[in-house]
Design a binder for this molecule. Sequence first.
Ligand SMILES: O=S(=O)([O-])[S-]
Length: 103
Amino acid sequence: MNFKRITIEEVNRLQESQATNVIDIRDPQGFAAGHMPNAININNQNAADYIENTDKETPLIVVCYHGHSSQPAAQYFAAQGFKDVYSMDGGFEVWKLNNPVEV
Ligand SMILES: O=S(=O)([O-])[S-]
């Protein structure tokens, strides 16, 4: 199973049309300073739990700073059985320019 790259515009459209899960793989400090609405900060400590307890049919959007490290992470989550996994191009650094940020 593979992941797809998605633009921020496509994320907005997807979230308008259906429920999604957003995971943010940045460091806790970066996450605490601001993140996408409803994003969950995922790290090596809580990833297994998240995988076990999350619906794999719901599209999963993986976010990092710039959209680079989210790609191997998205690949990993796809390999864990998530059906529809996206790596967000541009990452949070581009998201925050024009989109809501939650703290
Ligand atoms: O690798 S990254 O800078 O996109 S987090």
